[in-house]
Design a protein around this ligand. Structure first.
Ligand SMILES: CC(C)(COP(=O)(O)OP(=O)(O)OC[C@H]1O[C@@H](n2cnc3c(N)ncnc32)[C@H](O)[C@@H]1OP(=O)(O)O)[C@@H](O)C(=O)NCCC(=O)NCCS
Length: 406
């Protein structure tokens, strides 16, 4: 049997193209209409590639059209999603063909970056994606959740129906997202189809999605989306507050929204995931050890167009560094690049650093340093001092954070 890869051209084709990923979520048959409505509201059919065999999709790979926050600006980026090949067709090169078509399409559209969450950390390096951030999860017993300093409640917390939440949450999210590398702009469709959607399958047996907004100094400054997963054993509370997302637009607002979440009665513990590795809770709590702060790989970033991607990023020191980039999958990126606070340009000058394009993906959002890459032998320092200079240029001071798996 032979297959070929091409983008979808209709809603029905899109429905077929997401069926391989539904398969891995344990679903059979076509996706239900409400799910497809939600998908099509945020993913254009032509942004979903599929591998077709006799008119049937045996693989799929999608790309949301995001505006990604990077250090110093925002840039169009492909948010890679719903990648899967049916078990009947694995290891025949279908993923490779879909990655080829998808990255070529990003380049044609002028998206200099593609990024994703990987289900396995072994899959995407071969296509030029570098691990770009770590993400953390916590599980904190409520009785060990005191802050290190006395907390005087400030502001007013207000529960809000999900249907009213978008207008109130959007400005808070936007103030945080514009400052935070890794976050992307949420459209109204994204709020409705993704962030505020609460279909049964997403609850996994837990409570409804709840929304709380915290007002400080006369306006919304923080919010949280969470579930109360209630449980008792022999009369003792064993339930969990499952934090879906929580953020504040200032340190005071962040401290207050987390205190709200940590103080909900009946609950034995608070769980959250997809937190940045520099989350303020680490220093807010009297006993940070009790967080059981657990990290794993987060975002993976692919510089589709090295020159354009570096040109939109800010650099924080004076001077420059010449990086020689190897990129087998996207050879148009190969060669020498001079990176400086004044701009980025191709160069034939002697390289000072030599690396694979995956290394650029790792330092791009500020999640890793060149020194870390050097210690792992992922960059070669050709000229002494170049690593330190590159780190001064690429420094950000804020860990990348993406609050949702897309
Ligand atoms: C991961 C998956 C998409 C791979 O698809 P595939 O069509 O079998 O992949 P290909 O045949 O194109 O393989 C391309 C390369 O990736 C490697 N590869 C593929 N899947 C891999 C995995 N899970 N772990 C390690 N390597 C993998 C192949 O060995 C091959 O290596 P090569 O280039 O050195 O020969 C498929 O197995 C799948 O759908 N898995 C479940 C869903 C999933 O994890 N999706 C990813 C969501 S982020």
């Amino acid at each position: 049997m032979s297959w070929d890869v091409r983008p979808c051209s209709s809603k029905d084709e899109l429905r077929a193209a997401v069926s391989p990923i539904w398969h891995y979520f344990g679903r059979s048959g076509p996706s239900p209409d409400d799910q497809i409505e939600r998908v099509t509201s945020v993913l254009a059919a032509e942004r979903m590639h599929a591998a077709w065999e006799d008119g049937r999709a045996v693989g799929g790979a999608g790309a949301f059209a995001f505006e990604l926050t990077v250090p110093g600006g925002r840039v169009p980026a492909a948010g890679v999603t719903a990648v899967a090949v049916l078990p009947t067709h694995r290891r025949r090169g279908i993923l490779r063909a879909m990655m080829r078509a998808q990255l070529d399409a990003c380049r044609e559209r002028g998206e200099p970056i593609a990024y994703l969450w990987a289900t396995e950390d072994t899959i995407y390096g071969r296509f030029g994606y570098g691990i770009a951030s770590f993400t953390a999860e916590i599980e904190l017993p409520r009785e060990r959740s005191a802050y290190h300093a006395p907390f005087e409640p400030s502001g007013a917390a207000r529960l809000m129906p999900l249907r009213e939440a978008e207008d109130v949450l959007t400005p808070v999210y936007e103030r945080v997202a514009v400052e935070t590398p890794g976050m992307f702009t949420r459209t109204a469709a994204w709020w409705q189809a993704r962030a505020l959607a609460d279909p049964e399958w997403r609850r996994r047996g837990g409570g409804d999605l709840q929304c709380v907004v915290l007002e400080l100094d006369g306006g919304p400054a923080a919010y949280a989306l969470y579930r109360l997963n209630v449980a008792f054993e022999r009369g003792l509370q064993t339930g969990t507050v499952e934090v879906v997302e929580a953020m504040g637009d200032s340190p005071r607002a962040t401290r207050a929204i987390w205190r709200y979440l940590l103080d909900i009665d009946w609950m034995a513990r608070v769980r959250a995931s997809l937190l940045p590795v520099d989350h303020p809770l680490l220093l807010l709590l009297a006993e940070p050890r009790r967080l059981r702060f657990n990290v794993r790989d987060g975002l993976w970033v692919r510089l589709v167009d090295v020159g354009a991607a570096l040109a939109v990023r800010s650099f924080t020191a004076q001077g420059s560094v010449v990086v020689e980039v190897a990129d087998r999958f996207c050879p148009w990126n190969e060669g020498g690049w001079r990176v400086s606070d004044g701009g980025v340009a191709r160069t034939d000058d002697e390289p000072e650093l030599r690396c694979d394009v995956t290394a650029l993906g790792s330092v791009y959002l500020g999640g890793f340093t060149w020194a870390q890459l050097a210690r792992a032998l992922r960059v070669e320092e050709v000229r002494h001092g170049a690593i330190a200079r590159a780190d001064a240029l690429f420094h950000t001071g804020l860990a990348p954070w993406c609050i949702e798996i897309f």
